[in-house]
Design a protein around this ligand. Sequence first.
Ligand code: ATP
Ligand code: MG
Length: 444
Amino acid sequence: MPHAAAQRDFALEIVRKLRGAGFEALWAGGCVRDQLLGLTPKDYDVATNATPNQIRDLFGRRRTLPIGTSFGVITVLGPRAAGQIEVATFRIDAAYSDGRHPDSVTFTDAEHDAQRRDFTINGLFFDPLAEQVVDYVDGRRDLERRVIRAIGEPRHRFEEDKLRMLRAVRFAATFGFTIEPATLAAIQEMASQITAVSAERIGMEIRRMLLDRNRAAALTLLRDTTLLPHVLPEISELPTNRFDDTTRILAALHEPTLATVLAALLSTQPNQDSPAPSPQPRAPSPQPPVPVPHSPAPSPQSPFPIRQPPANLCRRLRYTNKELDRTAWLLTHHAGIAEAQSLPWPRLQRILIHEGAAELLALREAIAGPNDVGLNFCRERLNWPAAKLNPPLLVDGSDLIRHGFEPGPEFADLLENLRDAQLNGEIHTTDEALALADRLRPAN
Ligand code: ATP
Ligand code: MG
């Protein structure tokens, strides 16, 4: 992670060097916006009238990477602490025939480069030598009014690049801004076209929105822009009170993992813990969805109902299998925390020692509040000394083999049964464990 101050110094040095060689050079886009908002920019971008070749000549081939040359972008490598900075030639984008990427670019001046950017607050430049904002698009005014406004005609700008619709929502949510009416109307009109954007890019935008602390505002804006059914259909049919529950839960999460947010999103589905959709009227589920210890875990292919919505969502948005597994695990077990006291200890113990336990408690706290009885019961148990919470096994597979058991399919079940007995305090020594094994399933 580059150091912010070092990155800033390096971005300043790049501007100085370009100016020294007779070129125009300005900081551009997000870094200018963030700085004016009093935020530390994540990275700095430099815009210049030098061409990619001139940039490479000036900084040297060894210190530059021509990764985005066709778009006029050269990466300049800085000292280790500063990281790298993208230096882009002022450009206008030619036609967008695929609704996402310009077919070609033409080099131009700063004013036209500002015009091709997406929103006025992203169209600002900053001259770090004169310490002056250069504003061709009234971006400063919109920053003050806290408004997301498309540069130019909104419909045309979203027609060019549909991803901008999701970017509008993300910027509005993360900064707590509103979307200017004409820009909002254009998104509402064109929302269904978001599907022209690749699943990965949609997934990345949604991920950023959901990980940001203003994730509840993002969800509300996705609904208000009517993008929701196209990007998160799983939750677009929620009745208003459930939707409000969902945003309340999302807002209560503190720096959650993506899986925790996804589980929170899906936790308020009416059929979340009832059987798979069927033509019969849905009865409230009598049992919380905690699997019985000795039943096999649901396989990825199994029609286990709780796995279906997260599987659809994660596969569609290209989230990882690990994120999917964790989301499904959280959805399967969060109801168990609610009634932790009445769960058999071996069952609860396996949940609490799972590597997802912290996420599960965070989810439960967001749903039920910090004083939930089941949650506090779990916290007390987690405070137990390790030797009590998760005592070393009395026997393992090789002990059983040495004792005369043939390794086989029932082995795992037998070990689980012995573990249950140990956790229940029914056996305390290896000899007792082997004796119990003989009683449960006599050795050959
Ligand atoms: P952040 O990095 O916090 O998401 P950012 O504004 O820096 O915000 P980037 O995606 O890094 O966003 O893009 C840098 C700049 O490039 C933007 O500020 C904007 O001026 C321009 N830009 C980025 N994506 C688009 C787009 N899809 N259409 C038009 N301009 C864009
Ligand atoms: Mg950026």
